[in-house]
Design a protein around this ligand. Structure first.
Ligand SMILES: Cc1ncc(COP(=O)(O)O)c(C=O)c1O
Length: 379
């Protein structure tokens, strides 16, 4: 048989999905596993959003829609961006995609030529590197300061004539860190001084606790060279709807649109009507979920610190990033096998010596999980 694609063979499967599959297998065997390994809100999608989708289905919104998205949603997104993210964005500078992940993939396909270098700040979420690989780009990793989780001038050492793009993810998955104005300005200056594009993944923008979320495209002229990624999964508990979007200069959106037209065609028509309701409806549901996450966050960080673990500044998203004394892969395996708590080793995010725990689980389950982790220990 002829050999399958070398490019795809070189891509690692998603570590977070693999761990979650292992935890699910144990659950099927009757073991009470507490899963803190996956990035998914445990809330239901708010009712007014579900109702808007059901209404759309019932009135026959079941046909093909414009590839970039229904005009009502494109307008709702561009209005939201102008108001909240504070950069100019017209509806034709938006593309609605099948999840934010799809927007990242299409953005990489649209921007990269073979061998173009993409600066990735680590610890980094698991899918950026494979998306760059699929677009034939080359990843260049740069570790952020592991105390502050902010950027400093050392990043300049990674820049050369082949650097095409930098990926920024604030609030960060996995660290929960939120880039301050200084870090963001550093990225903006770097892009403008060296003619580099930016991809700014802001999917956790609504889950920030006491810090300000800054959109990269709102700084200077960055809107002209930034692909802003966002979506509905995390803010509105809509992971299974598979709806995300990108906002970017028109020239980039046009290229992303070609990738979309010839792959998924469009996001699901009736699901997009739910997203219109999400953006235009009452935002109280977002605040309620954020308050609940904040409560769990405070509990979990305090418990981990009490047990003697250091933690990254948990200012955003819904993850505690925990420093362990030893091999993170071995410790995560023990927590799962002996404590029946599923977590994600930092090595999956290029941060060996750390473990990511999601607090998107009820406070009762988190309490039980902390007890189990304490019993098993971390060395
Ligand atoms: C940083 C980050 N970006 C993008 C995504 C993908 O989100 P979506 O469900 O909209 O594809 C995730 C999901 O885990 C994420 O953590």
């Amino acid at each position: 048989m002829k050999q399958l694609s070398e490019k795809v063979a070189g891509i690692a499967p998603s570590a977070t999905i693999e761990i979650s599959n292992k935890a699910k297998k144990m659950q099927r065997e009757g073991i009470d596993v507490i899963s803190l390994s996956i990035g998914e809100p445990d809330f239901d999608t708010p009712k007014h959003i579900r109702d808007a989708c059901i209404d759309a289905l019932n009135r026959g919104e079941t046909h093909y829609a414009p590839s970039n998205g229904i005009p009502e949603l494109l307008t709702a997104i561009s209005d939201k961006i102008a108001k909240e993210n504070k950069f100019p964005c017209k509806p034709d500078q938006v593309i609605v995609t099948c999840g934010a992940k799809d927007a990242i993939y299409e953005g990489m396909e649209a921007a990269l030529n073979p061998g173009d270098e993409v600066l990735l700040l680590t610890p980094a979420w698991v899918s950026y590197e494979p998306c760059v690989q699929m677009a034939n780009g080359k990843i260049v990793k740069h570790a952020v300061n592991q105390k502050t989780f902010q950027l400093d001038d050392s990043i300049l050492e990674r820049v050369n004539a082949r650097t095409k793009m930098i990926v920024v993810n604030s609030p960060s998955n996995p660290s929960g860190a939120v880039f301050d104005a200084k870090s963001m300005k550093l990225v903006a200056d770097l892009c403008e001084d060296h003619d580099i594009y930016a991809m700014s993944d802001e999917i956790y923008e609504k889950l920030v606790y006491g810090k300000e979320h800054i959109s990269l495209a709102s700084i200077g002229d960055m809107a002209q060279r930034t692909i802003t990624i966002n979506g509905f999964s995390k803010a509105y508990a809509m992971t299974g709807w598979r709806l995300g979007y990108a906002a970017a200069p028109l020239a980039i959106i046009k290229e992303m649109s070609k990738v979309q037209q010839h792959s998924v065609s469009q996001a699901t028509t009736f699901a997009m009507w739910g997203a219109v309701a999400a953006l235009k409806g009452d935002q109280q549901c977002v605040g309620e979920m954020r308050r609940e996450f904040d409560c769990r966050r405070k509990y979990m960080i305090a418990e981990l610190n009490r047990m003697g673990y250091g933690t990254a500044p948990a200012d955003g998203a819904f993850y505690a990033f925990v420093k362990v004394d030893g091999d993170d892969m071995a410790i995560a395996a023990r927590w799962l096998e002996e404590g029946h708590v599923a977590v994600t080793p930092g090595s999956s995010f290029d941060a060996p010596g750390w473990i990511r725990l999601s607090y998107a689980a009820s406070l009762d389950r988190l309490k039980e999980a902390m007890g189990r982790i304490e019993r098993v220990g971390g060395n």
